[in-house]
Structure formats: C-alpha cells, structure tokens
Write a protein of this length. Structure first.
Length: 243
C-alpha cells in the first residue's frame, strides 16, 4: 500500500512511522508512507498556504492551489488515487471503513488541514472521501491521518505477526474484544479465570465469546443492534441477562 500525506508539518510523522508495526510493514515493503510539505507546492516566494477568508470571520483559510498542485504531482492519474480529506464534517471512521480501505489497491493521499479551514473547492473537486475520526476538534489533520493509516495497515496480510490478532480485535466481529490475561496467574489477589488455565479449548472459546458479549452489553450496547449474532450468541446473551 502506498500512502502520501500532505501537511505543513511533515516532521510529525517521522517518530510514529519509525516504531513498531508500521516500521516493520515499511521494512517489509508492504507499506510506503511519505509526508510532504504543502509549502513546497505553493507558487509564491513566501511559500504561502493560507489567506484571509472571503466574507470576513476569524482565522485563516488554507488555499486550494497548493493542495491541487501536490496531488497532481504525486499522482496525476485520478483512476489510480484515492484522495482523503481529514475533516470533522466527514463520515465517521470505523472498523468497516478500515477494512474497506485495507483492500484499496490505489494510491491513498491524505490532506491535512490546519488553521480555520481548507478552501471548500478542495472538498468539491479534489477529495474523493471526507473522513472524521470523531465528534471533536483537533488542531490539524495529522493525527487523524496517522489513526487511519494505523487502523488500515494492520489489516493488510503480512503486517501482523499473527493474522488472528486482527480477526479477534474489538469491532472486527461486530462487538468488543474479550478480556485478556497473562502471567502471573495471581496478581494483587486478583486471579486469572480458571477456565483460561484449564486447557479446554472449547470452554475457553465459549468463555471468551460470552465475556465479549458481556463487555459489549455493558459498554457499547448499540453494537449488538447492528451486529450479526449466531444462535449460540443469543443463548449466551440469555445466560448473561439471567445472571
């Protein structure tokens, strides 16, 4: 997968991309990520990327020309690119969207705004998608770009050491993940559930599914309304409600 990020702060990406799973994905050549300075695509000698808003108002608006120039330079073929504008007004990012983007063969280009806003013509004529990572405001699109890249890349075959890790994550099955434990078996008088020490794989699987459902009912009950539940899940839910 190839990802380009257009930003006025490309240095933000270096530390995160140089650690952990993303670093290994880059080393394996599964992933290519480059952050580009938007100012390099400005046409004037001052490398201007923002200006006062028409109609007045607070803050500065990012100019359209540098964004269009950057995208056309990085990938002039519209059929081979997917341009993603990070915006609080966009569609909310979720695991389904991450899965969809992870199968995307085209070149992903992320547009990171700053200041008050980006000129609306970038959204109208350049962006293919407008995505938000939540109902809150950040100072720029850099963190959302990293969030999306991280969530997407870990779903690509060969990125994680164990493919089951992605399959068992929260939201991948439509509900939250089950509780996890490791050594020691007892810590501060808190013991690991006996079933996990039993070696009975069937019982362990049932326990994990039941606890995942229990956690979802308690923390995110709305997920159960749109999730696909099996007959066994409905039996486990009945047991939970009866306890």
């Amino acid at each position: 997968m190839k990802c380009d990020v257009i930003t006025i702060f490309p240095e933000i990406f270096h530390a995160y991309l140089d650690e952990g799973i993303l670093k290994r994905a880059i080393q394996k050549k599964i992933l290519e990520v480059k952050a580009h300075n938007l100012r390099d695509y400005a046409k004037d000698k001052h490398r201007t990327v923002d200006d006062y808003p028409y109609g007045g108002g607070a803050g500065m608006v990012m100019k359209p020309e540098p964004f269009f120039a950057a995208v056309e330079t990085l990938c002039p073929d519209r059929t081979q690119r997917r341009v993603i504008l990070l915006s609080p007004a966009g569609k909310k990012f979720d695991q389904d969207m991450a899965a969809e983007l992870s199968g995307e063969k085209r070149h992903l280009i992320f547009l990171c705004g700053r200041y008050e806003a980006i000129d609306e013509r970038v959204r109208i004529a350049l962006a293919d998608d407008e995505i938000s990572i939540g109902d809150y405001i950040l100072t720029g699109g850099e963190l959302p770009a990293l969030v999306i890249i991280d969530a997407v890349v870990r779903l690509i075959h060969g990125v994680l050491g164990d493919e089951r890790s992605a399959e068992e994550d929260s939201f991948s099955s439509g509900i939250l993940d089950y509780p996890h434990f490791t050594r020691p078996a007892v810590f501060m008088d808190m013991a690991v559930p006996e079933v996990l020490l039993s070696g009975n794989h069937r019982e362990i699987s049932l326990w994990r599914r039941k606890e995942a459902l229990r956690r979802t009912i308690k923390r995110r009950p709305e997920l159960l309304e749109k999730g696909i539940l099996s007959d066994e899940d409905h039996t486990l839910l009945s047991e939970i409600k009866g306890e």
